[in-house]
Design a protein around this ligand. Structure first.
Ligand SMILES: Cc1cc2nc3c(=O)[nH]c(=O)nc-3n(C[C@H](O)[C@H](O)[C@H](O)COP(=O)(O)OP(=O)(O)OC[C@H]3O[C@@H](n4cnc5c(N)ncnc54)[C@H](O)[C@@H]3O)c2cc1C
Length: 481
């Protein structure tokens, strides 16, 4: 059988599955996993393929595309149930018609419900809330590698923890239910700090009790802090302009300018001067234009076009909050030294998200406490992957925790170290399946069918009264009500 080529959205990660198949129902997925002759292992479901690491690769195997399973099935006062291929921004727009919003409003609108249910995500936690999308998913329906159906709910917290961090290795998610809330006015403003002031004032910044997200400028020694909180008392029409403005500059104009400058300007001093000027303009815009006490959280979500001339990619490491100011200052030195010695410069900027302690998933990077990320963002200008190799080592050496779908170029040793010192204590990795995922640097190999299919068991783990049903029914007819 001829191999096909599947690339991720950015275009840097390539997979050569033997078969690419579109699922239109849970029954289709059952039929696929039960027919290894036609659909060889490994089997990977993919959503919008926006991951920046090789978690969706299925070389020699089967890729199941989920994009046709995109229906919003049910909206109640505090939940929305969707098919796994539905994308975040479409669900958010549907919720808005009902006066509802997500708890976590990521910048990315293309993430699918299926991916959100079983992978890591990040957004700055709102006061008193969590910052990982999957933590607000209360019910997940999957097709297991055996072809059996499994429904997991918040009533089974131990099993939910495992599914939420399974990266597709547990089975194919075909439906998910999110907890949602009434729309509330959202306040946002920005302030810029020199890195030395940032380090000094960090405790005071935390004490403000707001959501904290950082735009990080390592070559200018500056950090612009985004402060957000809900303002239930705000009146009048919300400002619907500033988030689209932020989004256009961030997702369209920014990558275009930086990629063009990197490609066209040979003189390094001039090129770096242009990039620094862009960053200065970026700060000016954040500080002066992206300010309001009455915005709509949903407006933060961006629909990244499938085909675009302005794309960016990034990597991810999260660090314990109490060491973050020192790690960030060391990162500035590291990035500047790397530029001086190799000539490579991150050609956009970096971002950081403060994410609250969260034990909703077994491999949660904030399992042990509040974490803050340093995510370098670039248009893959020449030298980027070597830079990330060095940055991975920098981060691993400082107790950083990676994400299996968002940290580029991890080594097995880094994942193992993060397991011991960061996101994982061994008791949490009791499931061999999850352990395998955590130890593999190419987790796509994990979802193999069992050689002999055992009869369905009553429990999969923890003796938690699993909802493990053998039903040959169609997902759509099972869930609409
Ligand atoms: C431009 C850009 C901006 C981004 N911004 C953010 C951001 O603001 N916040 C954030 O958290 N992340 C962000 N990301 C990262 C992205 O959200 C995650 O990588 C996410 O997992 C992508 O979702 P997806 O649907 O494209 O998943 P894919 O990349 O298609 O898949 C991810 C993993 O999930 C598995 N999977 C997918 N669907 C299913 C299913 N139905 N059942 C079982 N397994 C499945 C795949 O096999 C794979 O292992 C961004 C990425 C890009 C490129």
């Amino acid at each position: 059988m001829a191999e096909t080529t599947v690339t991720n959205w950015f275009g840097d990660l390539v997979s050569h599955p033997k078969v690419v198949v579109e699922a239109h129902s849970a029954d289709d997925i059952v039929a696929i996993v039960k027919n290894p002759g036609q659909y060889p292992s490994p089997v990977r479901a993919i959503g919008s393929n926006h991951s920046t690491e090789r978690c969706g690769i299925a070389d020699g195997g089967t890729v199941i595309k989920m994009s046709q399973l995109d229906q919003v099935l049910d909206i109640s006062n505090d939940t929305v149930t969707v098919e796994a291929g539905a994308i975040y921004i479409d669900i958010a727009k549907e919720l808005e018609k009902h006066g509802l919003q997500f708890y976590v409003n990521t910048e990315i609108g293309n993430i699918t419900a299926g991916s959100a249910a079983c992978c890591g995500t990040k957004d700055a936690s709102m006061p008193g809330e969590l910052g990982q999308v999957g933590s607000y998913i209360s019910r997940i329906k999957l097709v297991l590698p055996s072809g059996e159906l499994l429904e997991v709910t918040d009533e089974q917290p131990g099993l939910m923890q495992k599914v939420r961090s399974s990266y597709g290795t547990f089975g194919v998610v075909y439906e998910a239910t999110f907890r949602v809330r009434a729309i509330q006015p959202l306040s946002v403003h920005h302030e810029t700090f020199h890195i030395e002031d940032f380090v000094r004032q960090f405790p005071a910044l935390l004490a403000r009790g707001e959501s904290l997200m950082f735009y990080i400028f390592p070559y200018d020694n500056l950090v612009t802090v985004e402060f957000r909180h809900y303002t239930p008392g705000a009146s009048g029409d919300p400002n619907r302009t500033i988030w689209p403005l932020r989004n256009y500059l961030w997702a369209t104009a920014g990558p275009a300018v930086c990629a063009q400058a990197s490609a066209e300007i040979d003189n390094a001093d001039v090129r770096n001067g242009v990039l620094s000027s862009f960053n200065a303009w970026w700060r000016l815009k954040l500080e002066n234009l992206i300010q309001s006490d009455n915005t709509v959280a949903t407006d933060q979500i961006i629909r990244y076009p499938a085909i675009s001339n302005s794309k960016y990619t990034f990597s991810f490491w999260a660090f314990p909050e109490d060491t973050y100011p020192q790690v960030l200052a060391a990162f500035f030195e590291f990035a500047q030294k790397y530029l001086a010695t190799s000539g490579y410069r991150i050609n956009m900027l970096c971002v950081g998200y403060r994410v609250a302690q969260d034990r909703s998933s077994l491999l949660s990077y904030s399992y042990d406490g509040n974490m803050i990320t340093i995510d370098p963002v670039f248009t893959a200008n020449a030298g980027w992957s070597e830079f990330l190799g060095a940055y991975n080592q920098f981060s691993s050496d400082r107790g950083g925790v990676p994400l299996m779908n968002q940290t580029f170029g991890l080594t097995r040793a880094m994942v193992q170290k993060a397991r011991v010192t960061g996101c994982g204590r061994s008791p949490r990795l009791a499931s061999p399946l999850i352990q395998a995922a955590a130890f593999s640097t190419n987790i796509s190999v994990i979802f193999w069918r069992p050689r002999r299919r055992p009869a369905p068991k009553k429990t999969l783990s923890d003796g938690e009264g699993l909802c493990y049903r053998h039903r040959g029914i169609n997902a759509r007819s099972n869930t609409t009500s």
